[in-house]
Design a protein around this ligand. Sequence first.
Ligand SMILES: Nc1ncnc2c1ncn2[C@@H]1O[C@H](COP(=O)(O)OP(=O)(O)OP(=O)(O)O)[C@@H](O)[C@H]1O
Ligand SMILES: [Mg+2]
Length: 245
Amino acid sequence: MIEAHGLTKVFRDRKRGEIRAVDRVSFRAQPGQIYGLLGANGAGKTTTLRMLATILQPTEGTARVAGYDVVEEPEQVRQHVGFLSTATALYGRLTAEEMVAYFGRLHGMEEATLRARIEELFATLEIHPFRDRRCDKLSTGMKQKVSIARTLVHDPPVMIFDEPTVGLDVMTARTIVGFIRDCRARGKTVIFSTHVMSEAEKLCDIIGIIHNGTLRAEGTLAELQQRYKETDLEEIFLRVVEQPA
Ligand SMILES: Nc1ncnc2c1ncn2[C@@H]1O[C@H](COP(=O)(O)OP(=O)(O)OP(=O)(O)O)[C@@H](O)[C@H]1O
Ligand SMILES: [Mg+2]
């Protein structure tokens, strides 16, 4: 459902010269699975996810998402993914509900389907208490919930989340983590990025550790624990990123 082959992104920056933000990254995530990209700041997580979501063109390599090629068939990819970026914006003058409905209509959803979907999303994400509040009056956590609802209103088979719980309190983070688990149970292919070890431990079926643009290790938590003879993911992570590339 997500297959990346040698994904590479080179940025050309006037000051810094050539930056290999993502360098020959290959992996696969299946339906009913949560794939976690774990990496430090600047590791290349966002750049990888943006290529999968067709926001950025790969410099080299390719990826297929929901069966469509990100370079050849970007429109099809966009119809089949929901991408939650850390810069997902809401229109301040719309209410939470208007915002989500607006995006549903952009996706061409029928009114009855859209209504049912909004009720379902608002219940699982606990948006009901502020559904009629304007987006510019929402707290960070409330905004994040509405952003997730608007990203996934069309119920895409593939979900891409860039640091979905960053800056959220434990309760709000828990709601979102629970929601991501529900998505897996419903057979969605989920990929998300994080630098929070506990989140990767709890949530991911497969963990990919990315560092300086390259995928340094990959496996289930149990596989990584066995390979590195450590139980603590933080220790494993440090071992992986400190070893020479
Ligand atoms: N548009 C851009 N132009 C130039 N360099 C960029 C651009 N976007 C990202 N980079 C560089 O690419 C590298 C990877 O950045 P990226 O945002 O993918 O990291 P990240 O893993 O998401 O980090 P964080 O955890 O801080 O969000 C960094 O060196 C960054 O400065
Ligand atoms: Mg990032």
